[in-house]
Every structure is written in structure tokens, then in C-alpha cells.
Design a protein. Structure first.
Lengths: 338, 827, 172
């Protein structure tokens, strides 16, 4: 039986208390919401916090409010199941509902939270292993070691951003409100991430993700496509989030964000820019898909061959655009496309 | 029973399993559910190196940890090596001098709880001298100076076999078409949902009891005596209900042995439950096999002869490997007419967890090769692959080239049934995928509707209904029961068979109930307990229904005879006038006078004494008269035909399975519900192997020892499975039954691969068929190169001259061979 | 050898917390360290061994139980967060000796082979039918996509859920 290491469990009632407890206990403490990402990692001794600051009892972190017209406020404790079924989200932010509904398995989504998925630990198949396995191969820099096993010459960690919802929220222009012991700040979701497999969040450890704010739907249409071997359980090894606004049949605004191709969600800015002012026609789609695949640099540390994931970036971006264009033949089961 | 054979009360009915209610309520007690007073918990320390010499093990710190009761290393066990096969005694429960794979156990700890035991293992200091690790067949053959074992048929070569039946060269020379293909089948593992667990209790009386999730309590019993140097008479092994086996719980394992020793040393019961990761190291799963197959065909599709070479990546130990090598060669010929046959196989040691028997043991790999090669040959010959196979199906009641005796064959009917059910004739080549080139212009690669190509494929197979010989040479029964009638009107049946979910407990209830006119609920089944139950060799090689079934029938008939004599005397009729039905014994025409079964038992017991009857079964002795002739013979063979319909996405290489039609010749479905369940489960496992499952290694370590990264299909990847049962009433089986638990896995893999070809015109000669391979094949096709993905080379390896035997092809089967323990009146 | 005194030394053992849980409608009290998961507490402290485990990492669905009627992985749930919640295990599916329609259907249709994944699947299916009394086959597949089974190919499991749904519908 894989078991958790011992810890002290603290259950603050407010976000402020949570931030203070984090500051007080320093690196020994970790925040936990649903625990579906943290607990397996703790059982494998990827994390060994002496103190867990549990957010589950904090009322202000719950619930979804607002509307597509005025913008949505997502309480970070909202379960992924709730996000995937929320009427307003399903209707007006379909890519977000899709992404939340594609995380792992139904049971996990019943407990796993949107906040947890946004902050989910980066993954690497040299890292998401038991302590004895990692010891056997030689510890990597993300935990207990000082080298990267994927890119041995590298001075940084290349663990992969594996959130389904982060690329979508980024593409929708969402922002995050962070509350720390000294005050709070709001940052675009795009600023929440850092290009480093270890320090992958720009959030300080004692800051609590207090809100996720999604701007008004305002004509934005969105799609999320996910590559993985099985229809359940598996993390994305490629995620493609596309959001765009049309004026007539011409693209006025576009954002393309790729998941699971780097240590953070990767925005394909030039590709999106190439869409603006264009009609969603096959040759445009092909060109934009080529451009979007440019920034994808998958390494050999997840399921599927890295060259395959790179190749699929182009295919998936093309498919996402075709779906938004209402062109037929996406070729994927409906549940993976919103 | 022979005349009334088709008028069954229970046989053929979809009855619930006798253990169904316990399983749906959580009542079933698996090994890890057992708790005994004062029970300690144990953990193993396993090697982090694929190959290393152990210089020193220091357990001082671990012993000093509070809560630790005992720490053992190999030095605490008798200095014997063991292995499941007498010819491969190469394992140690706790390695003494050398570890040969990551995961080899080197020490064990018993403690107050599992956490303390685990903590203690981290305090054991092992000084290793790391040795070069050989991680592939090529590595092991290229480095004879690094020896994984000192025994075998060459440096790092565990076993080499070579057999030739008839003049294969002449047969190939006379063919209109000769195909030579190379195939690779990646290794994969059983992944039972239940992790192995065991509880050992070495009592104060010096007797040992082991409860274990094992498929073969008898072999564990025998080997424990040797390994622990304790008289077997003082050891009792009880197989708990097994939470999935598939061949993965068929060897004696380090954790079982360590639990026993730790119990002896601590004077406490000791439980040990493996983690999921450890289950991957225990393994004994599907061998990775590289195959070269050369087959001659006539214009009409007849096979003139076949030559097969196989190289098995065996891993670090022998396990069942010698049998595995043979199985890659010997079973193929029972399907089709193959007049001349040559087979050469070699099992190579590598520093990986040992491979062994997984569902289909050694045969899915060559089946994949043969059925894909037939598909290619059919295309070259311009034949419908279903029609071609139908023509060449082997003849019933004949011998194969390699001297195996075939009894009934329902394969033609199986082919017809799946061809009809699937709409094969309208679909095959109907979507225009295979071999045709299509221009897709500038849209290619961004998700055109044209990227999804539909295809259909067909394949067949055969499998043994139980190995004809035991693992150790002996003349005793392979399966035995004791059936005892109770004055209550119930009967108890004791049998060593182990229910691993396949339903052997239920079979042991149905058959006596059928014969004695009882309901299954009236039969109390006591399985798998080496002290109480007659030996059954174990739940492997699809032997249990046939062998324990025949033994149960024999015992029930013996009991019936004695009861009938007593009742006949009471009623003043002749014994053969009596029938047993509806829990009564009487004369059909005078049923009002029929006696309740309980009364009949009392009469029988008053006349005969205690009503306890043995039943024994051993297969007919049909081993070929040549060295190696003992592997392959079986009382009878099951047959399957499978059609798969799927879609290949040419942009992503992903495969969506739509439907699987499978027809299986099971001889007779004793319970169609259970047979269908076995067929469906086999199809599922075949799908996983074909598309995604792979036990692969990187830098000396298992790349993905987890449920998340070892990809087992979910409900979403599993297509609709349409099962068709074909009955041939085999004279060797209980009420005509043959096996169902393994054979139906075999055709699924090649049927999928052949369907992929039908869809996109690409041959994938390598399992699993991952999307990357599909895209590679499509790229080759676009470049105008042969659209085939698979191994390019075979190892530099010289087989010794084969044993040459005359082909027995087409000879009539011996008049049904008498089974060693059969009663005179048994057919 | 650990002395009893040492073993009870609070400095050496993680402290235990007293928790009141409601399991299968029965209130019970356990004294456990806070890091013990619900799976461990059910099996090791309460003797409810009907809940099985296949990975303990949230990767197989075997240990599924219901919390307030919702399927949850007990290997990733902390009892400290569950006082006041209704926990249902497979032992709680039958009521007053009468099996749940799903249990009947699983038994009758041979949906349990080795039976090891069965408790988790039964509970997941129960939550589905409570929410959606007449699911389509695809909806059943979606609901059970987080429960691995290695024996059945899922076929008879899906059949059994359909049968139970039909029977429950007929009863309503």
C-alpha cells in the first residue's frame, strides 16, 4: 500500500489565515485543495511537506458567480466536475467546460478543483515515479538531485505543464487574484506561469489563488483539443486551446495557447496574429497551423514520442480552427471538442 | 449420460457464478483482506541496479529501528536456488551474491506496521558492485563476456530448440509463392487489478500455513518445501480468491517465501502485499519476441510448408521460459493444414524482470506473425483472406506435422459465423483503403474528413485445452476431487483448483449438481487448499474446466452409482431405471415415489458407509515420440475466428475500434455466460496488447511501472464485442467442453493489424500498433516506398541443427486414447 | 525490539486524531493519524475490506466509494475532511438484506469475474443511476471511464448497469 508521509493538517477558515499559515511555516508547508495531484506526489515522496494548509474549509474560495455578459468569477475550490457542467460555462465558455471534463477520470474530477488544475505540478516521466525508482536512476533536479535526466546537459528542469484548463483560461484572457500575507494582486493568467519545470508558478508559495476571473464572453468562441493515449485517466501530452472573435467571417481577435509542450502553457502569438483579418479558409488554417507548431518543443519525457507530439501540434491546431470555422470533418469524437 | 446428453438441467444455462453474490457485496476475502491476531507486516528491499554483485548487506540500522521484529537476507534462507520448471532452477527469494534486474529482492523486514517495515528497508545498507547491464537480445548476444547466468545453451542463451517435421525445403521449393516476413511483438504484462499478497503463519506446532493470491497452490507448496527445507507434509498452502491472474501469479515469489521465513522468526503471522510498482517487477508476462517466418503457398492458397524462427527476450530468470520457447513454435500447426514444418527458437537472458506465461502463453506472438503473413499472401494470390483460411482449416481427428492430435475443429463454422455477422463480404476492400493511393491536396494534415479511413480485418487461432504434461514429470492425476455426500442432502466437493475469476468454483458446483439432480447451491465447493483438497495443478494453460471437470464428473458418477443401488433396492427397481433430478431420485414413470436426495444419501450411506468418492483426471498420453514432444499436446484444441472493424485517422495515426465479432469453438458452453465472459475478457486483453500495452525499459529501469503510464484500455477504448459460441461436443471434454479463457485473445491482434491494412494500405509488422508507426507507414507510402513498418533485421544467431522427425501431418488420430484414470464406462 | 512504552511514545508516532464518521448510515468513531487515507481507515481500522485498492495513486478507480452520493477515490481522501459527510462503501449497498438492483444484475449477468474491481464499479454505477436513471450505453461508458477492469472487457458490466437501470425504471 502506497501511503502518505506524516504531516500536520491545518484548516484555516479564511484566505488570509491560509496565507499567514503558509508564511509562518515557510518551505515546510504546502497548500492543498482537492489533493488529487498533491497526494499521489506525496505518496511517491516528490513532496514531503511537514504541514498541509488545507483550503477546503474556506467558504470564499467556493462557487461560481457572474455571467458570460459581465465575466465569470470561478472560486478555485470549484470541482472540475462542477466546472464541466456549469450551465453558463458550457454555453459560453465551452472550451473551459471541455477541458475541465477531460481531466483524468470522473472520480478525480469530483474532488479535483479548478484551482488545483491551474496550479497542477509539472510532470516528467523521470520525476513522476516512486522514491525508490528515482533513487535507482539517479535523482533529478526537480527533487533531491541536480541534473536533468531528459536533457542531461541542461541547467534547467524541463518538466511539462500538464494542465488542461490553464491553456484554455489563458486563451480566454482570464486573470488570477492572489492573496498573500502582505496583500493581494491580480495578474493575467499568462503571468502566473514561469518557463521552468521546478519554479513553474510565478505565485509565491505563501500566496493563495483566491479567484479566477474570466472576462465577458463577448463574442469569443473557443475550442480545446487534447492529445493522449486513452480517453480517460491520462494527462494531456498536447493541449490546444484556441479562442477567437469573428467579425462577419473575418477573424478580429485570436489567441492560440498550447498545453503540454513546455514547462508552461505556450502562447502561439505569431500564429494567432496571422489569423487576424483573415477568413477561416483551408489555406489560412494550414499556414496558421504551421506557425503555431513552431513554438512547440516537446521533449521525450511524456507518453508518445516527442516528434509525434510536435507533429500533432500542427494537426490539432488545424482541427481546432476548422471546428471554429464550422468546417466539417474534425475527425475526433465530439466530447473532445467544444 | 451419453444418450441424455442434450437434455441438461443446468449445463448450457446462463447461471450466476456460485461466488457472484460474495463478489458483489464485498464479502469475498482476498489475500490482503486477511487479518490475523498479532499479525506483522513485511516489506521487501529490492535492487536498484539491473545487474550488480552484492558485496555486503548490513542490516544493523534496520534492526535497531523500533517496531522492527525481524530483518532477513539471503543468508537467512537455505542456500538453494529454485524455479518453477525443474530445468531452470535459477532464482533466489532474496539474492545472495548477485542481482540481475531492478526489482530483485535482497532483504525483507517484518515490523509492527507497513510504514515501519518500509522505513526499515531504507535503513538496510547494501554495497553493490555494478555490472554491465544487458537490456536487449542484441546486447546479450553481443556480450558473451557478461554472463547473466552460468547455465543454459550458450552465453546468455537460456534455451534453444530446433525441430523439423518433414522436408520443409522441398515443400517451400514446390510452392507457387514463398513469403518471408519478420515480425516483432513487444512485451507486456498481466496487470491484474489485485496486487499480489500473502499471509504466512508459522504456528507454534512447527507447521506453516500460507494464504496467497496464487494461481497454483500445488506448485507453491512443492517449492516452499524445497526452498525453506521443511517437510512438505508440514506446509499448507491456501489460494485465496485471486483478484486477476492471467498468468502473473503462477510462480513462487520472493514475497511468499519471505513472509514464511519472517513468520518463523517472529512467531507471528506475517502479511506482505506488493505495491503496484512491485507487481511490474514480479512480471512473468508476455515475452518480447522477434520472429522470422517463411511460408510456401500454392496458387489456391494451400500452405506447402512453413519455417519459423523466434527469439524471445526472456528477462533475468528462467521461470516458465523453456515452455514459452516451445509454445512460440508448436501450436500454430493445429489451425491449418501445414504438411511440413520447421521451428527454431531461442530464449535469451536480459537484465529485466523475467517473462513467463501470460494469457495465451507464447502463442499470441507467432499467431500474429502467421495471420498477418496469411493476409499478405492472400492479397498476392488474389484471394479473399476469409475464403483462403476456410479452405486450409486442418482436418478433425488427424495429426499435425508435429504429431499433435487434433480432435474436433469448429473453425470453419467460426469463420462463417463472423463473416456473416460482420458483413465481411460487403465491407472487405469496400472502403477502398488498402493499397490504393489517394490525392488529398493542400488540406492534407489539417483534419480533412478524408483523413478517417475505415477498414476490416480477419484472423483465426487455436489454443490448447490444458497442457498434456505436468511441469514436473509424474504419472499422477493432473486434477483430482473428493466428492462427499452429506446426510443434509448437500454435497461437498474438494478440489485443488483455484478460482481466478474464470469460474472454476462454479464449474465444480455445476457438474456434480447436473449429474446428481441438485442445484449449484446444494454443492459446497472447497477449493485450493493443499492440506484438504486433492491436487489440481493450477489455473494455467486453460486446463481447469476440462481437467477438474472430468474429475468432478467421475466422482459424481461414482457417488450416483452407489446411491442408485441403495435407492433401487428400496424402491424395488433396477438402478439404471433411476433418474436424479429436482433434488430427488426415482423412476420417471413413478415420480411420486421418488425419494428426496437427502433420503437417498442416507440409504446410500447405510449401505455403503461414508459417501466420499474421489475423481481423478490425467490427459491421454499423446506426447510425440521425440525430444520436446511433451510441449503442445492437449486433450483438445479450441478455435476462434475474429473480425475487427476500425477507423484509422491518417492525420494522427490514431485507431478507433468500432466492433469486434468473435466466434469461438468452445466444444460445449457449460455456462454460456461464463464462456462469453472469458471471450470478452480475452478480446479486451488482445486489444490492449495490439494498441497500447508495452512493458518497456529505459536506462535499465522499467519506464512506466504505474497504472497511469502502463496503458490499459478503459471503457472508452473498448469497442462493442459480439461473441458467438460454436459447439462441437468434443469427446475429450466434460460434456464436450473445450477451453475459452485464452484462445480468443489470439486472433484479435492480427485481425486489428489486418484491418489497419484494409483501411490505409500500411502493413504494421510490429506490436503495439502505436500512432507513430501508422504515420511512419503512411509517410513511406507517400514516398512510394514499401508501406511497411516493422523490424528490419534478425539477430546474428546460428541455430544448431534441428531434431528431424517425420511429419505426422494428416495421419488419423489414434482411436480416442484411453485416459489413465478413466472408469470403464467413461467414453 | 520495540517496547510497548516506546511504541506509545507520542514523540515517535504521529499524533492521532479522533474523528466521527458516518459510514453506510452508521456513526462510528476512529482514532487515526491524520495522514491515513480513507482507504486505509476503512480497511485497516474499520474492517471494511470490501473497498479494494489497485494503485493507491488515483490511477485505477478500484478504491472508489461514495461521499454524499458522489464517487470519490478513497486512496486520495482524508478522513479528517469527512465528518458530517455520508460515506458509502460496497458493504452499504444492500439494504436490510435486500441487494441493490445493480448487485443483482452484476451477479446474474456475470459482470464480476475476479471481482476485485467490482465494488468500485458498483458504487460508481450506483451514483450514475441515482443521477441519471436511464443512461445510454455511452453515458454508462463515460461514467465508468475511471474504473479499470482487466477481466471482463467491460461488456457484461455495461450490460448489467443497463439491466439494473431497466429494472429500476420498471419498478418506479
Amino acid at each position: 500500500m502506497m501511503r502518505l508521509p506524516p504531516f500536520t493538517y491545518l484548516a484555516p477558515a479564511t484566505v488570509g489565515d491560509a496565507a499567514r499559515l503558509m508564511a509562518e511555516h515557510g518551505p515546510a508547508a504546502m497548500l492543498v485543495a482537492g489533493g488529487t495531484d498533491l497526494y499521489p506526489n506525496m505518496k511517491r515522496r516528490q513532496f514531503e511537506p511537514r504541514v498541509l494548509v488545507a483550503l477546503g474549509g474556506i467558504r470564499e474560495l467556493r462557487g461560481v458567480s457572474g455571467s458570460a455578459r459581465d465575466g465569470l468569477r470561478l472560486g478555485p475550490l470549484t470541482t472540475l466536475t462542477a466546472v464541466s457542467r456549469h450551465h453558463e460555462i458550457v454555453r459560453h465558455y465551452p472550451a473551459l467546460a471541455t477541458a475541465a471534463g477531460l481531466v483524468s477520470s470522473p472520480q478525480l474530477r469530483n474532488v479535483g478543483t479548478i484551482g488545483g488544475n491551474v496550479c497542477v505540478d509539472t510532470r516528467c516521466n523521470y520525476y513522476n515515479q516512486s522514491q525508490p525508482w528515482r533513487k535507482a536512476i539517479g535523482f533529478c533536479m526537480k527533487k533531491d538531485g541536480d541534473i536533468c535526466l531528459v536533457a542531461p546537459g541542461s541547467s534547467r528542469c524541463w518538466a511539462v505543464s500538464s494542465s488542461d484548463t490553464a491553456p484554455v483560461l489563458w486563451s480566454l484572457g482570464a486573470s488570477a487574484r492572489l492573496v498573500g500575507p502582505g496583500g493581494e494582486r491580480a495578474i493575467p493568467l499568462s503571468a502566473l506561469y514561469r518557463d521552468d519545470g521546478i519554479e513553474y508558478l510565478a505565485k509565491r508559495p505563501d500566496e493563495v489563488l483566491a479567484e479566477i476571473l474570466v472576462p465577458p464572453a463577448d463574442g469569443w468562441r473557443s475550442v480545446y483539443l487534447k492529445l493522449r493515449r486513452r480517453g480517460s485517466f491520462d494527462f494531456p501530452v498536447l493541449g490546444v486551446a484556441v479562442a477567437l472573435r469573428l467579425e462577419g467571417d473575418v477573424v478580429r481577435d485570436a489567441r492560440i495557447v498550447l498545453g503540454a509542450v513546455a514547462s508552461l502553457p505556450r502562447e502561439a502569438g505569431p500564429a494567432a496574429a496571422a489569423l487576424v483579418g483573415q477568413r477561416l479558409e483551408p489555406d489560412v488554417i494550414g499556414r496558421v497551423a504551421d506557425l503555431a507548431a513552431g513554438p512547440a518543443r516537446p521533449l521525450d519525457n511524456t507518453d508518445y514520442a516527442h516528434y509525434y507530439r510536435k507533429k500533432m501540434t500542427r494537426v490539432f491546431v488545424g482541427r481546432a480552427l476548422r471546428r471554429l470555422a464550422g468546417l466539417e470533418g474534425d475527425g475526433r469524437p465530439d466530447e473532445e471538442i467544444a | 449420460m451419453s444418450e441424455a446428453k442434450h437434455d441438461f438441467a443446468l449445463i448450457g444455462r446462463p447461471l450466476p457464478k456460485v461466488d457472484a453474490w460474495a463478489k458483489v457485496t464485498g464479502e469475498t476475502r482476498y489475500a490482503d483482506d486477511l487479518v490475523l491476531p498479532r499479525m506483522a507486516h513485511a516489506k521487501l528491499l529490492r535492487s536498484p541496479h539491473p545487474h550488480a554483485r552484492i558485496r555486503r548487506i548490513d542490516t544493523t540500522r534496520a534492526r535497531a529501528l523500533p517496531g522492527v521484529f525481524a530483518v532477513i537476507t539471503g543468508q537467512d534462507l537455505p542456500p538453494v536456488k529454485f524455479g518453477i520448471l525443474p530445468v531452470s532452477q535459477d532464482e533466489e527469494a532474496l539474492c545472495r551474491d548477485r542481482v540481475r534486474m531492478v526489482g530483485d529482492a535482497v532483504a525483507a523486514v517484518a515490523a509492527i506496521d507497513e510504514e515501519t517495515a518500509e522505513q526499515a528497508t531504507e535503513l538496510i545498507d547494501v554495497d553493490y558492485e555494478v555490472l554491465p547491464a544487458l537490456m536487449s537480445i542484441e546486447d546479450s548476444l553481443a556480450h558473451p563476456e557478461v554472463r547473466i547466468h552460468e547455465y543454459g545453451d550458450g552465453p546468455n542463451v537460456h534455451k534453444v530448440v530446433g525441430l523439423q517435421f518433414g522436408d520443409v525445403e522441398a515443400a517451400l521449393a514446390g510452392a507457387d509463392l514463398v513469403r518471408e516476413d519478420v515480425f516483432f511483438y513487444e512485451g507486456n504484462t498481466h496487470l491484474p487489478m489485485e496486487q499480489h499478497a500473502a499471509v504466512a503463519q508459522w504456528g507454534a506446532d512447527g507447521k506453516l500455513t500460507l494464504w496467497s493470491s496464487t494461481q497454483t497452490p500445488h506448485y507453491v507448496h512443492r517449492l516452499l518445501a524445497k526452498i525453506l527445507d521443511v517437510p512438505a507434509a508440514h506446509i499448507r498452502v491456501i489460494a485465496t480468491p485471486v483478484g486477476g491472474g492471467f498468468g502473473g501469479k503462477l510462480d513462487p515469489f520472493a514475497h511468499e517465501i519471505a513472509a514464511c521465513k519472517l513468520s518463523q522468526l517472529t512467531g507471528r503471522p506475517v502479511k506482505i502485499t506488493l505495491t503496484r510498482e512491485e507487481v511490474f517487477y514480479v512480471h512473468r508476462g508476455r515475452h518480447p519476441v522477434l520472429m522470422w517466418m517463411k511460408t510456401g503457398f500454392t496458387r489456391t492458397g494451400d500452405i506447402t510448408g512453413c519455417h519459423l524462427k523466434t527469439w524471445l527476450d526472456g528477462g533475468a530468470y528462467g521461470s516458465y521460459g523453456v515452455a514459452s520457447v516451445f509454445y512460440t513454435g508448436v501450436v500454430n500447426p493445429v489451425t491449418y493444414k501445414i504438411p511440413a514444418y520447421r521451428f527454431e527458437g531461442a530464449r535469451i537472458f536480459t537484465n529485466k524482470p523475467p517473462c513467463g506465461p501470460k494469457r495465451g502463453h507464447g502463442t499470441p506472438q507467432p499467431r500474429f506473425a502467421l495471420e498477418c503473413q496469411l493476409d499478405k499472401a492472400a492479397e498476392q494470390l488474389g484471394l479473399d483472406p476469409a475464403e483462403m483460411r476456410r479452405r486450409i482449416v486442418a482436418e478433425p481427428f488427424t495429426k499435425t506435422a508435429n504429431h499433435l492430435t487434433i480432435t474436433t475443429i469448429g473453425l470453419e463454422e467460426c469463420i462463417d459465423k463472423v463473416v456473416d455477422a460482420s458483413g465481411w463480404r460487403g465491407k472487405w476492400r469496400g472502403w477502398g483503403g488498402g493499397g490504393t493511393s489517394r490525392e488529398r491536396g493542400g488540406l492534407e494534415g489539417t483534419g480533412t474528413a478524408g483523413a478517417r479511413k475505415r477498414g476490416i480485418g480477419l484472423a483465426c487461432s487455436a489454443y490448447m485445452t490444458g497442457a498434456g504434461t505436468a511441469i514436473y514429470w509424474n504419472s499422477m492425476p493432473h486434477s483430482g476431487v473428493v466428492l462427499r455426500a452429506d446426510r443434509s442432502g448437500g454435497v461437498a466437493i474438494l478440489c485443488g483448483a483455484t478460482d481466478i475469476g474464470q469460474g472454476s468454483d462454479s464449474i465444480l458446483a455445476y457438474l456434480p449438481a447436473e449429474i446428481l439432480g441438485l442445484l449449484p447451491k446444494d454443492v459446497h465447493v472447497h477449493p485450493a487448499d493443499t492440506t484438504l483438497t486433492p491436487v489440481d495443478l493450477g489455473s494455467y494453460s486453460s486446463r481447469v474446466t476440462l481437467m477438474c471437470g472430468m474429475a468432478a464428473i467421475q466422482a459424481a458418477e461414482r457417488l450416483k452409482r452407489v446411491i442408485a443401488e441403495a435407492v433401487a433396492q428400496k424402491l424395488g427397481v433396477a438402478p439404471d431405471q433411476l433418474v436424479f433430478r429436482e433434488r430427488k431420485v426415482g423412476v420417471p414413470d413413478d415420480w411420486d415415489k421418488a425419494l428426496p436426495f437427502a433420503t437417498a444419501v442416507e440409504l446410500g450411506e447405510a449401505r455403503h458407509g461414508v459417501l466420499a468418492f474421489p475423481g481423478s483426471y490425467a490427459p491421454p498420453r499423446r506426447a510425440g515420440k521425440y525430444k520436446g514432444g511433451g510441449v503442445g499436446p492437449s486433450p483438445c484444441y479450441s478455435y476462434s475466428a475474429c473480425v475487427v472493424e476500425l477507423t484509422v485517422d491518417e492525420d494522427t495515426g490514431e485507431i478507433d475500434l468500432h466492433d469486434v465479432w468473435i466466434a469461438h469453438d468452445v466444444g460445449r458452453a457449460l455456462n454460456p455466460l461464463l464462456v462469453e465472459g472469458q471471450v470478452e475478457g480475452s478480446v479486451y486483453m488482445g486489444i490492449g496488447e495490439a494498441l497500447m500495452e508495452a512493458q518497456v525499459f529505459r536506462k535499465g529501469l522499467h519506464k512506466q511501472p504505474s497504472m497511469l503510464e502502463y496503458k490499459s484500455p478503459t471503457t472508452l477504448e473498448t469497442p462493442e464485442i459480439h461473441t458467438i459460441l460454436v459447439e462441437t461436443d468434443d469427446p475429450e471434454g466434460p460434456f464436450g467442453a473445450k477451453e475459452a479463457g485464452q484462445g480468443p485473445l489470439l486472433p484479435v491482434i492480427p485481425a486489428i493489424v489486418n484491418a489497419v491494412y484494409d483501411a490505409i494500405g500500411v502493413r504494421i509488422d510490429e506490436i503495439p500498433v502505436a500512432p507513430e508507426k501508422i504515420l511512419k507507414g503512411l509517410e513511406l507510402k507517400r514516398k512510394g516506398q514499401p508501406p511497411r513498418v516493422g523490424p528490419e533485421r534478425i539477430p546474428l544467431f546460428t541455430f544448431k541443427a534441428p531434431i528431424v522427425v517425420e511429419s505426422a501431418f494428416g495421419q488419423p488420430a489414434d482411436a480416442v486414447a484411453r485416459r489413465p484414470f478413466a472408469d470403464e464406462n467413461e467414453r | 525490539m520495540l517496547s510497548a512504552g516506546e511504541f506509545r511514545d507520542p514523540a515517535r508516532r504521529p499524533p492521532k486524531t479522533r474523528l466521527g464518521l458516518t459510514i453506510n448510515g452508521e456513526a462510528c468513531e476512529v482514532l487515526v493519524p491524520v495522514h491515513k487515507t480513507l482507504l486505509e481507515v476503512l480497511r485497516e481500522d474499520l474492517g471494511l475490506t470490501g473497498t479494494k485498492h489497485g494503485c493507491e495513486l488515483g490511477e485505477c478507480g478500484t478504491c472508489t466509494v461514495l461521499v454524499d452520493g458522489v464517487p470519490v477515490l478513497s486512496c486520495l481522501a482524508l478522513p479528517v475532511e469527512l465528518p458530517g459527510r455520508a460515506i458509502t462503501t460496497v458493504e452499504g449497498m444492500a439494504r436490510a438484506g435486500e441487494l441493490h438492483p445493480l448487485q443483482e444484475a452484476f451477479a446474474e449477468l456475470g459482470a464480476a469475474q475476479c471481482g476485485y474491481c467490482t465494488p468500485g464499479i458498483l458504487l460508481t454505477a450506483q451514483a450514475l443511476l441515482d443521477e441519471m436513471p436511464s443512461p445510454t450505453r455511452q453515458q454508462i461508458k463515460d461514467a465508468l471511464a475511471g474504473n479499470l477492469c482487466r477481466c471482463t472487457g467491460y461488456t457484461k458490466i455495461l450490460d448489467a448497469v443497463e439491466l439494473a437501470a431497466l429494472r429500476s425504471g420498471a419498478r418506479r
